[in-house]
Design a protein around this ligand. Sequence first.
Ligand SMILES: *Cc1c(COP(=O)(O)O)cnc(C)c1O
Length: 456
Amino acid sequence: MELRQWLDRGVGAFEAWTRSYEEYAAHPAMAVDAEACAAAFDELTGRLHGSYPFFHPCYAGQMLKPPHPVAVAGYLAAMLVNSNNHALDGGPATSVMEEEAVGQLAAMAGLETHLGHLTSSGTLANLEALFVARESRPGLSVAVSAEGHYTHARMCHLLGMRVHEVAVDDRGRMDVPALERLLATGDVGTVVATTGTTALGAVDPVHRIVPLARQYGARVHVDAAYGGFFALLAGDPLTEESTGQALRAMAQCDSVVIDPHKHGLQPYGCGAVLFADPAVTRFYRHDSPYTYFTSARPHLGEISLECSRSGAAAAALWLTLRLLPLTRQGLGAVLAAGRRAAVRWAGLLDGSPHLDLYQPPELDIVTYHPHTEPAALSRVDRASQEVMRRGMEAKEHPVFLSVARVGAQAFADRHKDVVADLDHAHILRSVLMKPESEPYLERLHHRVEELARGAA
Ligand SMILES: *Cc1c(COP(=O)(O)O)cnc(C)c1O
């Protein structure tokens, strides 16, 4: 797809639409000097080159990649209109696109009924789910795994809810017996499970958590901000059986958060929250003296905590899902490439004399560290940070990795014979979320091995 051609088409469609209204005069106050504009624009694009190359497979660090060209074109076409999906007054066309796209996300999660909407981020989406959790189970607390996203504790603080941290097993997944002990205290109203933790890509066993939570009358919220789209691979041989079961069990949960700006090929500003019970709409009830007038249909702002929200984000997602639908062959093929790359890299790391695999990848996040002799946390820590630094600073063939901090006990759970001379260590972490990582993998591995050889 030619990005320029579709951007041009978007601008053309917008201009044609504006010409369908009566002609009006432009105001001189809006005019900018062409030369000054060119200079400022050059400065802008020059400064943007100070970014890391998120588009390139040599960037194998954080959960970052550019949006799909289709999403960019759809976003631009709608951004020119600049609709606001808070109310049908502001986004009559894009609100309907949002409902359609959200319906597809709900179907992917397996929800039979749903109430949901897009948000500006996963954090906001989780805040809404926790708000509904608080209203549904007043006075009770939240249980989230030690590997859950840090924003849960922050959002619970904001909502005045107590949080219990649940221990994890030796692959970073919520420990079910530990959860049961906590549920038995009667203090937990909501369990937050994560299908795809941000550091390790670990998938909590939702299929085991749900029946247990139900037994104790607790709700289950799934934070699938990063991992939700892997539901498309739930039945695939690329996915471990228990991981597939956990992803499919999202269908039985009370709420699910999925970030299209993570694995849905969207630009930032696109999270989503889904509730299984449409009746939770009662917790959002409010009135506004200046909106909600153009339609008796429910407005998205009536079921969300945010007010103004980008209609373009909905349009971009809607267009993307038209072309890469939420099927194994559609968007699933994009995720499968990253997953295959992660599995293959794990094999290469396992066989490498210079690198060790930290734990087998469950989705597309690979964690590893330089092999050190003697094996000690302080050496692993130093060498990992050194590899990241040298990779980024290399004049030729730079490679961009990220690090994650892991505790000494967590490390010992996976690698018994390492000397715990620190209470935590940094290890290397690569999110292989671009399908381009698959054909590039051998080069990436070779480069990282080379760096590790020099750093260990
Ligand atoms: C990224 C992420 C979040 C936060 O989402 P934002 O869109 O960055 O606000 C929450 N939970 C998980 C599991 C994530 O990976």
